[in-house]
Structure formats: C-alpha cells, structure tokens
Design a protein. Sequence first.
Length: 240
Amino acid sequence: MDGQLGAADAAALLEVIVGQSPVGVGVFDTRRRYVRVNPALQRIVGLDPAQMIGRTVREVVPGPVGAFAHDRLAHVLATGERVVGADVEGLLPSSPLERSLVVSYFRLEAADGRVLGAASIVSDVSERHLTRRALERANARLELLDRAGEVLNASLDLEHTLAGLGRLVVPEVADHCVVDLVDDTLPAAVAGPVVLRRHASVHAAGVVLPPPDDGAQPWAPSAPSSPIPPGIRWRPPRGR
C-alpha cells in the first residue's frame, strides 16, 4: 500500500540512512561493546570495523574520549537517561591533533521494554571550534589594545602608566610583567655596562617569586614609597 513500508523495506531504508549519514553512528550491546559502526564514524575514529566491533570505546580510543564515552554509556544503559549534545575533546587514532566532538547517547529498548543496548551519534566539530577560538583570540587582542589605549591616555606619569599596562596583561596573559628602561639620567660619555632601571613590576596574586641568583632583589622597589628600585646593570651580548 502506498505510504506504508513493510518490515523488510523499513529495515533496508534504515540501513541506507545510517550508512549514508554524514554523522557518526555507533551501536553497542549491553556490555558497551560496538556491534555496528557506520562509515562516518569509521572516518572520525580512523579505524575500520574489524578494529572496532566487539570492543568498547575505551579500548578503541584510549584517553579522555574513550573514558568519557565509557562512563556515559554505563549511565545511559543503567538509567535510560539520554546524553544529548555533550562536548568532548581528545586524541583519536585518525589524527595526531586533539579533536573536538559533539556526542549523544541513548538506550535502545525492545517493544516489551527489554534493554537491547545503546547507540551513539558523533559529530566532529574541530574546524568549527578552531575558527571560534581564533575569533575569540582576535577579539581578546583587540580588547587588550583598546584598554591599553585607555591606560596610555589616562596619565602622563611614566611609572603609573607602565604599571597600568602591566596590570592589563597580568594575570590574563602572563604571571609576571616587568618593565625595565635604559637609565637616561647617566651622562652619555660614561663608559661601562648599560644601566637599566625598574619602572614597573606586576605579579599575579599567589605567585611565588624565585629568589635571584646574585642575592639582589630585582623584584622589589627601592623604598616603600617608590616603585623604582636601584639600576640593574648588565652587559650587552658580544658583537654589539
């Protein structure tokens, strides 16, 4: 009859849908072992069916991805609660780089309620995540430049301005920010090593500073009321 499918036709149609699906589909028995994998899942994982059937995800994909799937499948089989659109990242046999996946798991039950196993739907969204992260980094750089412009325009005092710039990058970009400038108060004719003077020193909260090798204290100000410690001398590399 038009508009209706027999059991055989419905099974054949389901086979075509799963086989040609652009997302990975895996079917598991009640012991969380693969019993069926479609071509898309094979491409995502990077293994052929013979290397996957009869094994658990944790055996097929060691590491965070396998452990995540193993635990979620146990929960799904035990409770019937679905896992929909979960994010997981880790290494797969298909790539030396970490991949970003969106996965869903659900229990398979017979008409009489018997638990037959579970199924997974897996999408590789690595490229999308890389693009999103690149945009986030670009936006963060633009925001940092904008805030730096505000700091530079806020004061004409050199030490105050440099300390403000240091606070922009600590702790978001770095744990330490130290600004040393060549001491231009010395006569140009004075021979000897270049003398640097500390103008700003900003450190993240809770960071333990390593002691200097020479017994000096280059991290500390010269006096409680001054942010500028004594000049730090160093010799330029050879050839200059």
